[in-house]
Structure formats: C-alpha cells, structure tokens
Write a new protein. Structure first.
Lengths: 95, 402
C-alpha cells in the first residue's frame, strides 16, 4: 500500500469517512472536521507511521510554529498534501 | 440577603508564597515562567512551566503528615492557613459549624497517581501505597483544609477544569449571601505538573514553548502552572463589627454552559456568564472599570474572550481595562480562577491594575485595552474576573471596592 493510500485509510478510520469518498483533492473540512478531529487525526498518523508532525494549534510564530503550519490549515489542505507531509517525515526517519 | 466581603487572602504561587511577594510580582510583571525543574524532562517536548519552586511544608505539616497529603492538597492547606491568619478572624467552635470550605480543583492528586502508575506499570510493582486513593482523590484538598482548620460546616470540591476556582468562590459567596454559611474558606488548588499530565496537554497542541503572551499578536499558546489561592469570605456585618480589613466586596456571580464545542470556547456562552454576573450583582455594564481576563495566551481563547467582552459590555468595552495575569503565573487550571480573584481583590484594594506581562504587539482580533506590561493606578469601582473552562463551563465573579 502506498503512503497516500495508508494515509487515506487512517483518515477514514479516524474521521469515520468511507475510504472510497476520499480523493487526493478532498479536504477534511468538507467532511465537517473540527479542530479536535484534526488533533485526533494527527495523533493517529503519528502513531501509525511513528513520526512527529509539528503543527501548533496557535497562531504562527517564528519560534513556536511547527514546520507544517497551523492546525486550522490542515483541515483545508488536500488529503494529497497531508500524505506529502507524512511521506516526507517517513523518508526523513529512514534517512 | 447578606453582603459578602473578602477579608483574608492566602496564596501558594509560582510568583511567591506571601501577598508581599505575589502582588508586587503581578504589578511589576515579573514573569514566573521558567524551565521545568521538578520532574524528569527527557520524555517531554515542553520546556516551560510556572512552578512553585522550593515549596516549604514544614510550617504546616510534619514530614509524616506531608507524606500523606498530595501536593495540591498541601497547597490548599498552606494557603487556607495563610488566608485565615491574614483575615485575623477567630472562628469559635460554634462558628466552625457554619463555616464552609469550597475548593476548586481540576485534576486531583496527579503527583500521587503519576508516581503510583510508574511504580505499577513501569516498575511492575505488585502493590501500591495504601494511601494512593485518599491522597489522590479530588476532594482531598477540601478534606484537609476542613481537618487542619477544624471547620465543620459544608465542605466540598468543585471541578470545572479551568473555571474551578471561580466556581468555588462563587458558590461560597452565594452560600453566605443566602445565610447558609456564616464564613467560607474558598478558592482553588492545583498541582498537576507531572510527566503524564504534561504529555496529555502536549497532545492538545496548545502549549507554548517560548512564553505566555496573552492578547499579543505573537502569542503562541498557554504555559501550564500550579499553585493555590484561598480566600476568607464573611458576612459583611460581623466583619465590619470586628473591624476586619476588607479587600473587596463580592457583588455577583454568573455561570453558563456553552453546550457546544468541548474544547473551543464560545463567545456567546462566555458573554452570557458575564451578563448573568452583572444581573446577579445588580449593576450595569458601565459600572465595571476592570476585567481580570481568562487570557490564556492561546489563539482562540484570546480572540473569543475579546469578542465575548464586546458582546457583554457593548460600547463600554472600549473604556474597560482588561489584563491577564497568566503571563506571570502560567495557567494553573483549577487554581487559576482563585489566584485571579485574589489579584482582582488586591487590584480593588490598592486601586492598581496589574498589567498583561510579555505583551509584544497588538492583534487586530484583540482590540481592547490590555494594560500592556506596565501597571496602572486607576479609579476602580468594580471589577470582573472571567474563567472559561474546557467543556464549555463558564464562571464570572463581580467584585466591588470595599
């Protein structure tokens, strides 16, 4: 299974969305995801791939913000881009 | 209906154990946030907390007694004893029967449970200490305050997360006002800076790793704290008769539930609590000169609280002074409301508004007067103290000048 498919599988289970409805261009917000859903999803992805996704729930701050932006941006990000973040972190782990 | 006054204040705080340390630290914006020292940090991503360092129990407990009492309940006892001493009240045996103890607490004896579970799961210990449960129970603080001070009236714990201390003092206020109690020792206590609790907060992704800057555009989240504040509340008439020093009068208490999101505060729910408090106090919005804000330093709280203040106060919001002492004290959850009501009472008593410390630059979404960085001498007739909890439970107290 490719990373994108695995990410879709995790999203499907985490947000209770049928996996066949998840396109690369789907956004979590289109499925009614709220900030707490995004926090739970990030936890599930971290657990599944054994990575740490640096995202802060707070306003961007040069020192405090994570590499991957703000939490509310994740909800508006295409699933393909979320998979891209995971892919990069998984690759970095094996590097 | 009796009038209710605050005649004693005791604190255990990251900014000091006495009012002579506590109040100047708030007024001078001496931030008490620092690197975590009291617990192992290798498993933590969080580096910062507002800790009560060098907490000394010997004046209140023998070593044996201290071992039987969790840190949060020790904080409660030490601050309650200080408050009673500060009030100069003599509680007779008969008076003790109608003296209430109401303590706000969110997390219970986390130090006890964290140690116990490390022993159980980490070290495969076959048994736990026999006092694990009584030490860890959430009502331990109320129990130990009543035991140590010999107070035999109603005693209980209020648990509404970050609003616990405010709910506790509000309920004690209503009890005295209605004649159900003659005196109350009320406040909040929290000591949950454990590895387990901090990891839980990390998972919510709202902790700052570079300081607490409420209402500032550059704010980056909240910083956890710990501590306690206990107040002595009295029926005003006997308090005046005995010549008590009165810090402030409690005028009103408002509560509401958002009945919406579990985590994200709701401006309408917060505004309703403020309005209920004003109605309970029988005062108008423009009677309030100062609001001690919940002001956690998270993106959403500070925006939402600003909106709630505008909803509740209307045009008068632009004339309010608003400040958050969490920039100095961190967020001590169940103790926060009590420490902040103590600050609000001292503010009325000294006619000085403690500033919002660590303020860097204005945020267009937070467009009120936050008294940035420098305290202000000002005429304060009445003040409100806000607490908005996870779970959408809100509490607001209105205080008046003595």
């Amino acid at each position: 299974m490719s990373v994108i498919d695995e990410v879709k599988q995790v999203i499907s289970e985490s947000l209770r969305i049928p996996v066949d409805q998840l396109k690369d261009s789907s956004r979590l917000v289109d499925f009614g995801a709220e900030s707490i859903d995004v926090i739970e999803l990030l936890f599930d992805l971290e657990e599944k791939f054994d990575i740490e996704i640096a995202v802060r729930a707070n306003r961007d701050n040069p020192k405090a913000a994570g590499d991957n932006g703000k939490l509310d941006e994740i909800a508006f990000m295409p699933v393909g881009d979320i998979a891209g973040i995971v892919n990069k972190l998984v690759a970095a782990k094996h590097a | 209906m009796h009038r209710v006054v605050i005649t004693g204040i005791g604190v255990v705080s990251p900014a000091g154990m006495t009012l002579d340390e506590y109040w100047p630290a708030l007024v001078n914006a001496h931030c008490a946030i620092g690197f975590i020292k009291n617990i192992p940090t290798e498993r933590l991503n969080t580096r910062l907390a507002a800790q009560v360092l060098n907490f000394e129990t010997r004046t209140s407990f023998t070593d044996k007694q201290a071992g039987q009492v969790d840190r949060f309940a020790q904080f409660a006892v030490v601050s309650a004893q200080a408050a009673v001493k500060d009030s100069n009240i003599q509680i007779s045996e008969e008076g003790a029967l109608t003296t209430a103890v109401v303590v706000g607490n969110s997390a219970g004896g986390q130090n006890t449970f964290d140690d116990a579970y490390l022993k159980l799961y980490g070290h495969n210990s076959p048994r736990l200490h026999p006092l694990t449960i009584p030490r860890g129970m959430s009502n331990a603080a109320a129990s130990h305050v009543s035991i140590r001070l010999g107070l035999k009236g109603p005693a209980w714990t209020v648990s509404t997360a970050c609003a616990s201390g405010t709910h506790a003092i509000g309920q004690a206020f209503h009890m005295i006002r209605s004649g159900q109690a003659s005196v109350a020792v009320a406040g909040g206590a929290e000591a949950c800076l454990t590895v387990g609790t901090i990891k839980g907060w990390e998972a919510l992704r709202i902790l700052s790793n570079d300081n607490c800057r409420p209402f500032s555009k550059t704010r980056s989240g909240l910083v956890l704290g710990e501590g306690a504040a206990m107040l002595v509340l009295e029926n005003r008439e006997p308090a005046v008769a005995r010549g008590a020093r009165i810090y402030a009068e409690i005028l009103g208490f408002g509560q509401s539930a958002d009945a919406g999101d579990l985590i994200a505060a709701d401006a309408d729910g917060c505004a309703r609590a403020i309005r209920v408090a004003l109605v309970d106090a029988r005062v108008n919005a423009d009677d309030i000169d100062y609001v001690n804000a919940h002001g956690t330093g998270t993106d959403i709280n500070d925006r939402t609280e600003t909106r709630a203040l505008r909803m509740a106060f209307g045009a008068h919001a632009d004339r309010l002074a608003v400040s958050s002492v969490k920039a100095v004290l961190g967020h001590s959850l169940g103790a926060a409301g009590a420490l902040e009501i103590a600050a609000t009472a001292l503010s009325l008593h000294t006619q000085t508004i403690p500033p919002t410390a660590n303020f860097q630059e204005p945020d267009p979404d937070c467009d009120l007067d936050y008294v940035p960085n420098v305290a202000r001498r000002s005429r304060i007739r009445m003040a409100a103290s806000n607490s908005f909890a996870f779970g959408g439970l809100n509490a607001v107290l209105v205080l008046g000048r003595a």
